[in-house]
Design a protein around this ligand. Structure first.
Ligand SMILES: Nc1ncnc2c1ncn2[C@@H]1O[C@H](COP(=O)(O)OP(=O)(O)OP(=O)(O)O)[C@@H](O)[C@H]1O
Ligand SMILES: [Mg+2]
Length: 286
């Protein structure tokens, strides 16, 4: 829905004289989720929530320009502000603010929204989600219209000469970053310094019973327990869909310990530049 809203809104933006109208959607799901509001259709500001609305997180926008400015003014890393913000998003979505489910969703949202703030060069990131307690499933979508993963990684010599799809595949590997790569300066002491582990860890969390889909530029990949498959679609910027199986979740600290240890080993074996995860991507904060 976010992907379609973004594509249609772009078309509308490109054609200033276009008149757009929505018909026959009065109390539907898409309306409540803010789909039509996102397209800028007049009168779409305040759709009534459906009965079980607490399971939905309608489309929200986080102003990244503001986040970056606030962080600078308060001498914080953008990730610290996003950490706080995603605590409350996760609470709204899963209706609890502690325990493995909340921690896992908060971590995943934090890492993906942080990526938009740190790498997309875009002013806004949009997200929405849904929690199905009886199906043991949470789904969230996060989208930005920034430079995309391929362009952001272009300085990294480990992806030199690769096409867009292979570069996107590489971005999911542990230690691959547009900021930390052989020859680039890296501050080991800064917990918020990028180490190239965020996408790897989040995709590993999702693939255990759920799935992780990323579209960027004209390439897309879906990762699940069945392996990796190519997605034929495109998005100017970066769009992610995370599906998380909520049954049998471990505490996030336990999950991170296992996933990060495996990732650091893969990075060492494959001789990927950064073989240790940054402080932030391997921990959650109290
Ligand atoms: N939304 C995005 N827009 C543009 N580029 C992105 C985006 N998300 C990820 N990337 C690119 O993919 C790379 C890998 O992302 P990943 O989250 O795995 O590592 P990182 O952000 O560099 O480090 P860490 O997550 O450990 O702090 C990033 O360094 C960046 O180049
Ligand atoms: Mg990251």
């Amino acid at each position: 829905m976010l992907h379609v809203a973004s594509a249609v809104a772009k078309k509308i933006g490109d054609c200033p004289n276009l008149r757009v109208q929505a018909v026959g959607h009065t109390n539907g799901y898409a309306r409540f989720m803010g789909f039509f509001r996102e397209l800028g259709i007049p009168g779409e500001g305040d759709a009534a929530p459906p009965e079980n609305h607490e399971n939905y997180l309608p489309i929200q926008t986080l102003n990244l320009r503001q986040v970056r400015a606030d962080a600078e003014r308060r001498d914080l890393a953008p990730g610290q502000l996003i950490d706080r913000h995603t605590r409350s998003i996760a609470r709204t979505l899963v209706r609890q603010n502690y325990g493995p489910l909340w921690e896992t969703i908060q971590y995943a949202l934090r890492e993906i929204i942080r990526n938009a703030a740190e790498h997309s060069r875009c002013d806004n990131v949009l997200y929405c989600g849904q929690f199905w307690p009886t199906l043991n499933k949470v789904e969230v979508a996060i989208i930005d219209e920034g430079i995309g993963i391929g362009r952001s990684l272009q300085e990294n010599p480990l992806v030199a000469g690769m096409d867009e799809f292979d570069t996107l595949r590489m971005s999911l590997k542990p230690g691959i970053s547009g900021v930390r790569y052989p020859g680039a300066h890296y501050d080991e002491r800064n917990v918020w310094a990028n180490s190239g582990f965020g996408l790897y860890v989040v995709s590993e969390l999702c693939r255990r019973g759920g799935s992780f889909t990323v579209l960027s530029g004209s390439s897309g990949i879906c990762v699940s327990a069945d392996g990796e498959s190519r997605v034929v679609s495109s998005h100017a910027g970066t769009a992610l869909r995370l599906v998380i199986d909520t049954s049998n979740l471990r505490s996030i600290a336990a999950s991170l310990a296992l996933i990060v240890a495996k990732g650091e080993q893969i990075a060492r074996e494959q001789d990927i530049g950064g073989s240790s995860a940054s402080g932030a991507s391997k921990q959650v904060f109290d």
